[in-house]
Design a protein around this ligand. Sequence first.
Ligand code: GTP
Ligand code: MG
Length: 373
Amino acid sequence: DQKIVVKDFAELLGKRVSDIIGKLIQVGVMAAMNQEIDFETAAKVAKEFDVEVVEKAVSQDEEDETDFIVIPEDDEKDLKPRPPVVTVMGHVDHGKTSLLDAIRNTKVTTREAGGITQHIGASEVQVNGKKIVFLDTPGHEAFTAMRARGAKVTDIAILVVAADDGVMPQTIEAINHAKAAEVPIIVAVNKIDKPGANPDRVKQELSEHGVLIEEWGGEVISVEVSALQGLNIEELLEMILLVAEMEELKANPNRDAVGTVVEAQLDKGRGPVATVLVQNGTLKVGDSVVIGTSHGRVRAMISDTGKRVKSATPSTAVEITGLSDVPAAGDQLIAVADDKMARTIAEKRVNKIKEEQLKSSQKVSLDALYSQM
Ligand code: GTP
Ligand code: MG
């Protein structure tokens, strides 16, 4: 039978020994400060002090879910088609960056004279008059950061597999991420220009990992590409549009904006800047927003091509300034009625986090109790 000395127990709870002894008397146990009490008694007393004795370490799962703001649902009739948002995933060195570059080079026709394209963490391309948004954040990171916050930013995942290397550990990881998020995959079998390229082997290996390419009787589209030589990039883009069409992606452009932070940092001159993917509604310069525990009024918005824009419709990535703090990737942006509301919600969230931290520090785990016995 495990026991703990009263004064050690008092110390563990951060209470005075006399208070512990007082409570012990209330539960019918007479004990002096150097006497031992059993675990059950200790747990009872802990409860008297509103200290929860939990099985394991700290669990915050049961915390209430309210977030001080409710995003209104859209009427089906208000929904309009929106462009797909795509991330590129794949094993290290299989050509993710090269593929994004190839896509941009294929589609970006005019560059501003003397201007360097501003990097905002996302880019748009036009294919047959239709828009596709690519997130620069590598798929793995995007998925992990977003999933940790319950956000979903990707509609389609491009899985890049080098034809000379085949399915590798991070390829499998990427497959698992996409499946967990229920995001359709398009396979880009890359580096087909290389002498050792064996696209058929790639497809077979993929089938062994639950990704069944069309040629293998499955439904997953694959395109053989060379990012380096710009081969079949157009075909890949058309396939993205095809898959997007099947997804029937929709949003309501005529409402207050809801979006997700893709990346954010502190800029010396401009203060906190965040690349936000607008997912619903339209974000406008001057809008009051709350993003996680930060808030502000959108001072300026910059598009993927570095242009200042006044508004951003669903499936548009923009860099915004005017925030009180640097938000985290995966934080949700919500446009609200006014500055006061934005500030109030952000403050409430900060307070809630503080409260939770306090609460969890007051919880004494069973393990901790036992270890003292
Ligand atoms: P990480 O970001 O490090 O994970 O790599 P990545 O997946 O972004 O690959 P990256 O685009 O940096 O390409 C890796 C190497 O493969 C570079 O040396 C590229 O030039 C080369 N490469 C990419 N695509 C092709 C291709 O289609 N053909 C050939 N021959 N080489 C390629
Ligand atoms: Mg890269």
